[in-house]
Structures are given as structure tokens and as C-alpha cells.
Design a protein around this ligand. Structure first.
Ligand code: LLP
Length: 415
């Protein structure tokens, strides 16, 4: 793949556009995505799985912008959702309900109704209580709900504990040892149709082995179910493939897919995957302007106009994102704490970054396309950033910068 972000005459470009031009036109903070990179990631998945029946369900939570969903829908993707809101986004973006899988431990009655009305592909059920609620809701609507259990294979994903989901102590999925009994129970409920099985063991995995271990355990269950007369139409191995933020060496999409195909061998079930981060993470950056340089006794600070409310990952997970200047300058460099204006010591985007920058310069926080905008908030009454999509030389504003008035609009004064 051609690199999406390149320096040309000391200016950082996204595809054919200087990021500085985007910062000038739309202001900062601003998320910018490359359509070519998004398309490429999807195609790599599609190509790798082309030898068999498959459905690539983009994990909406990683980047739910309507244009991004519309792009993936056009490319043929399905979607992994975790709320009724995400389903409404998918439908608004032109996605097909029949290609949607619905994950999550806390589906409400209203969300179940919405999804049944729309006709989604499958509910990934995460508890016995949810199973019974779904049966009742479907019955009350005169419908039959397609059901898969999210099984917890008790595999260590070896990733950050906050984004590791496949261990016994995790709130996600049903216990591996309970799965057979639950499938039998489901098969007796009149308003459910068992269609599949799924697992998701965590996010930002940089090794293939935990995926294979989980997949093998899932397949063992599928075989045990078949012996019991319960035959599945699909097997969903979730998402979780990591990307390179810094020094990580995650497997290539093709190698990851090949390992899973090997586990699937000649099986006939449809293979579903739920990739999020790997589809969007390295396709996007967050542009931010240096408001002030503030020398300190022990540390020097570059105070920028993006903050933890715009990109929460450093504050929440101590995550590393590369930070690059939009223009390379021939001035002395210094080590900076790159921090935002939010009133919390945890409000940082990067520690100890060697940079040659001046007040007013614009920086690109790299690899910000996944779980960036989607986890942003209005903390400190900060309107959320604009979002821009670049396709070759064409630049489109895909989300306007919020205005403070938007934030105040829902509130009432009673005094
Ligand atoms: N499927 C399910 C059921 C999930 O819970 C997730 C992510 C995915 C698929 C997509 O996983 P991915 O391919 O993106 O790794 N906010 C964190 C990541 C949280 C992931 C939550 N679940 C971060 O910024 O690192």
C-alpha cells in the first residue's frame, strides 16, 4: 500500500492534500481521514477471505461517522453494533440491516425491538437473562430472533486490561462451560432461531496465537453442538487485530485471515469478522494547533488546542500516538509534554516528545482514526472537533465542528 501520510517538501500530506491546507480551511482540532486507506483496509480483508462465504462487519464503535459507514456499506461491509443508536446510524448511512450483528451485554427492550423491526442478521447474546428477554420481545412482535451466543473462550489476549474481554473474569460473553446448556435452552424457546456462535477476546492484539486459540475452542463447541443436533450457519471470530502506533509489529491482515481460515478448514459455515481499529486507525489523524510553549523547571509544555475530550486514549489507557509537525522546521528541537487545555493533570496527548515547533504550528496526532472521535466528549464545555474525509485531491467536511450553542440547547434553567 502507498503510504497515506507523506512529507513532501517538508509539508505533511494526506493523499494529495497538504494537511496544513485542511487546518487552515476547517480549523483545529480536526480529524482527517483518508478514503484510500479506509478502502484499502476493507479490500485487504475482502481479498483475504474471498475463497469462502464471509461477512466483514465493521465495528461501528471505532468510528461511527456516517460518511465512513456509507463508504464501508458501499464496499459491501456489514456492521457490528452495540446499541440502538449505532443501528440507526448504519441505516441512515445506507447499510443493510441484514448484514448487522448486534453485540453487547446490556441490550434494552427498545433496542431489541428496533433491531427486530429492522431485521438484523443476528443478536450476539451475552447472558441467559438476555436470551429470555429476547425470546419474549420477539414473541410480543410476532417475530423470530436470530441468535448467536458470544462465548467467552477464556483466552488471554495479552493486551491492555481495559480492552481485554475474553477472560473468565470479564463481563462479556457466556462462560465456555455453560455454552452447550445455553444452546439447548435456546433451542427450546419458540421465538428464537439459533444461527451462529461468536467470540471477541480483546482489542489491539499484536499476535496471532490468541486468535487461533480462541477460534479452536469455538470450533470445538461447534462440533459438540452438531453432535447434539444443533447446526450453525455462521461462526464469528470478532475483531481485535492490532495496528502499529509506535513500535508494535502486528500481523498483516492477510496472515491473520490465513490463520483463521486454516482453523475453519473445509467447514461450510459463513465466516464473520468484526474488525474496527484495523480498518480505520491508521487512516486518520487529529490536527491540533500549538497555543503556547511553556518552559518549566523540569518539563517543557507544548499546550495544544486538542485535549483528552477530543482524544481520550492517552489519558485513559496511557496509549501512545505519534505526534508529527505539519511542517518540518530547521529550528532547535526540544522535548515537550504535549498537553491540552482541560483542567486535569491526566490531560495529555504525549509525553517527552522531541519536536522542533513554535507557537501557532499545527501538529498531527497520528493513528487517531479509531476510538478517537467516537470516544470524544464535551468535558469542559468543549465543542467536538470537525471531521474531514480526503479522497485523492478532494476534501470533504463530513462533520461540522460543534458549536457551544449545540451543547446548551438541551438544557433548561428552572431558577
Ligand atoms: N466486536 C466486539 C464485540 C467488540 O467489543 C469490539 C471492540 C470489536 C468487535 C472491535 O474490536 P477492534 O477490531 O476495534 O479491536 N476504546 C479502546 C478499544 C475498545 C474496544 C472495544 N471493543 C481503544 O481505544 O483502544
Amino acid at each position: 500500500m502507498n503510504p497515506t501520510f507523506t512529507y513532501q517538501q517538508d509539508q505533511l500530506y494526506i493523499e494529495n492534500v497538504a494537511l496544513a491546507d485542511i487546518a487552515r480551511q476547517y480549523g483545529t482540532p480536526c480529524y482527517v481521514y483518508s478514503q484510500a486507506a479506509l478502502t484499502q483496509a476493507y479490500r485487504e480483508y475482502a481479498d483475504a477471505l474471498s475463497t469462502r462465504d464471509n461477512l466483514i462487519c465493521f465495528a461501528v464503535k471505532s468510528n461511527p461517522n456516517l460518511s465512513i459507514l456509507a463508504l464501508f456499506a458501499k464496499l459491501g461491509a456489514g456492521f457490528d453494533i452495540v446499541s440502538g443508536g449505532e443501528l440507526q446510524r448504519v441505516l441512515a448511512a445506507g447499510g443493510e440491516a441484514g448484514k448487522v450483528v448486534f453485540s453487547g451485554v446490556g441490550k434494552s427492550v427498545a433496542e431489541m425491538r428496533l433491531a427486530l423491526e429492522a431485521g438484523i442478521h443476528c443478536f450476539n447474546v451475552e447472558s441467559a437473562a438476555e436470551l429470555h428477554r429476547l425470546n419474549e420481545v420477539a414473541g410480543s412482535m410476532g417475530k423470530v430472533a436470530p441468535v448467536s451466543f458470544r462465548v467467552n473462550p477464556n483466552v488471554d489476549a495479552k493486551t491492555h486490561p481495559y480492552i481485554s474481554t475474553g477472560l473468565k473474569k470479564s463481563k462479556f460473553g457466556v462462560a465456555y462451560d455453560d455454552a452447550l446448556a445455553l444452546y439447548r435452552e435456546a433451542s427450546r424457546l419458540p421465538h428464537l432461531k439459533i444461527t451462529g456462535i461468536d467470540c471477541h477476546i480483546g482489542s489491539q492484539l499484536t499476535e496471532i496465537s490468541p486468535f487461533v486459540a480462541a477460534a479452536e475452542k469455538v470450533i470445538q463447541l461447534v462440533d459438540a453442538l452438531a453432535k447434539d443436533g444443533i447446526h450453525l450457519e455462521h461462526i464469528d471470530f470478532g475483531g481485535g487485530l492490532g495496528i502499529r502506533y509506535n513500535e508494535e509489529t502486528p500481523p498483516a491482515i492477510a496472515d491473520y485471515a490465513a490463520a483463521l481460515l486454516q482453523v475453519m478448514d473445509k467447514r461450510k459455515e459463513k465466516l464473520i469478522l468484526e474488525p474496527g481499529r484495523v480498518m480505520v486507525g491508521n487512516a486518520g489523524v487529529l490536527l491540533t494547533t500549538v497555543e503556547y510553549l511553556k518552559p518549566g523547571e523540569e518539563k517543557h509544555f507544548a499546550i495544544v488546542d486538542a485535549a483528552m475530550n477530543d482524544l481520550m486514549r492517552p489519558a485513559l489507557y496511557d496509549a501512545y500516538h505519534q505526534i508529527l509537525p505539519l511542517r518540518r522546521k530547521n529550528i532547535p528541537s526540544m522535548s515537550y509534554e504535549v498537553v491540552g487545555p482541560v483542567c486535569e493533570s491526566g490531560d495529555f496527548l504525549g509525553h517527552d516528545r522531541e519536536m522542533a515547533v513554535e507557537q501557532g504550528d499545527v501538529l498531527a496526532v497520528m493513528s487517531a482514526g479509531a476510538y478517537g472521535m467516537s470516544m470524544s466528549s464535551n468535558y469542559n464545555t468543549r465543542p467536538r472537533a470537525a471531521e474531514v474525509l480526503v479522497d485523492g485531491s478532494s476534501v470533504k467536511l463530513i462533520r461540522e465542528r460543534e458549536k457551544v450553542n449545540d451543547l446548551l440547547a438541551a438544557e433548561k434553567i428552572f431558577l
